[in-house]
Design a protein around this ligand. Sequence first.
Ligand SMILES: [Ca+2]
Length: 314
Amino acid sequence: MSIRTPRPNRRRRGRLLSAAAVACAAATAAAGLFALNTPEGAGTAAARPAAAQNAAAGNSAAAANAATLIWRDEFNRPAGTAPDSAKWNVEVNGDGGGNGELQYYTNRRDNLAHDGNGNMVITARKGNPGDYQCHYGRCQYTSGRMNTAGKFEHAYGRFEARIQIPTGQGIWPAFWMLGNDIGQVGWPACGEIDIMENIGSKPADVHGSLHGPGYSGGNPITGSYYHPQGWAFADTFHTFAVEWSPQSITWFVDGVAYQTFTPADTRGNPWVYDHPFFMILNVAVGGSWPGAPDAGTQFPQRMKIDYVRVYDLG
Ligand SMILES: [Ca+2]
């Protein structure tokens, strides 16, 4: 476990989740559990979570019971199609995510689409084809953000995605979760679990964090994992996961556990991870943490998501 130096002026993006997504979240919390009834079928051997792999190695307490795949999107739809609306909400706004981000999140296929090769692609672009207005004026960039609020919300288990992240100064891809009670208790009381974040100025680092009451914004509980070869994580696809139990959350990159946080790590503040959360995938541009793109940032930038899978760990 490694606690990073607090980041100054960090985000409050959780509170800006679309009101519609929050409103419907609680009522349909259980619906997503039946999402496995899809043409995508059951899990494969290649999809074995690290818990199972660790069980074979005998080195994980979490692996004592078999993992059960309970939700997935393999993104196998045809090229140019939208995210599956049975699984995902697409957020549309220029609010800046509470972090002064520069993108306008659209529902255009230019920003979120299947690629026809089994991936969802979230593309950040320079420009403003829709004359979108952002919190700072006329938007300079567009991108995509999608979440499972009201469609799949779950407490505990293994939450995993296989992603090739984008790169460049000012580019901020993330795979993360928010508590489904955000509409009732607000952020950060709802809790935020950041499974993977990366900023373009540190291409070989990915970060895993918790935001809750007393440890949020620029002062999360957080750690990072350095690419084994020191390469940019944009080099190829990597798997990013958490294994979340009632008293413990462990972060993984490519099956390697690199940090665990428990209620003993919240500096005396509440542990707010005992209720269902929903997942979010997005590529932010600019904002208080990564800073703005510069002359060296190349656009468009694409985050390719091969799959998102959620397992109960028994
Ligand atoms: Ca896939």
